[in-house]
Design a protein around this ligand. Structure first.
Ligand code: ZN
Length: 154
């Protein structure tokens, strides 16, 4: 496993629509492993492949309830709306309030290529939507109602 460098806002790859994974092979397994290592090293709760410079629809999330690996994730259901604070490993030093669906269901493939669904609310719902946005070339700053620069004191 390798810790990869995280692309920062301004890098073109973060603005591309990522390509679906066609074949889940060793390259994808290594990508997932490296993304998990990178997310953990950065103490993030989620990471999308474009953030490590790979324009593929691959996401890892860990909000504290266990690791989720999602290949070709799709939002299949949503309910309600909720405002909450967000940050992003690709937009360091900024936080903002973003309105998201309160509850979501996402369908994806796991690393064995098996289709599964994950239902989430709260932080998990937020992380799922934030990471899927990355696959569309969207950053949270595009949607933020407020944007705050973190001070050195924080
Ligand atoms: Zn992000």
């Amino acid at each position: 496993m390798a810790v990869l460098s995280i692309k920062q806002a301004g890098e073109p790859v973060l603005r591309l629509k990522a390509e679906p994974v066609k074949k889940i092979d060793r390259t994808i397994h290594k990508l997932l492993d490296d993304m998990v290592a990178t997310m953990d090293a950065a103490e993030g709760v989620g990471l999308a492949a474009p953030q490590v410079g790979v324009s593929l629809r691959v996401v890892v999330i860990d909000v504290g309830d266990g690791l989720l690996e999602l290949i070709n994730p799709e939002l299949v259901h949503h309910e309600g709306a909720e405002r909450g604070q967000e940050g992003c490993l690709s937009v360091t030093g900024y936080y903002g309030e973003v309105e998201r669906y309160a509850r979501v269901r996402v369908e994806a493939l796991n690393r064995q290529g098996k289709r599964f669904q994950v239902t989430g609310e709260g932080l998990l719902a937020r992380a799922l939507q934030h990471e899927i946005d990355h696959l569309e070339g969207v950053l949270f700053t595009d949607k933020a109602i407020t944007l705050t620069k973190a001070t050195d004191k924080e």
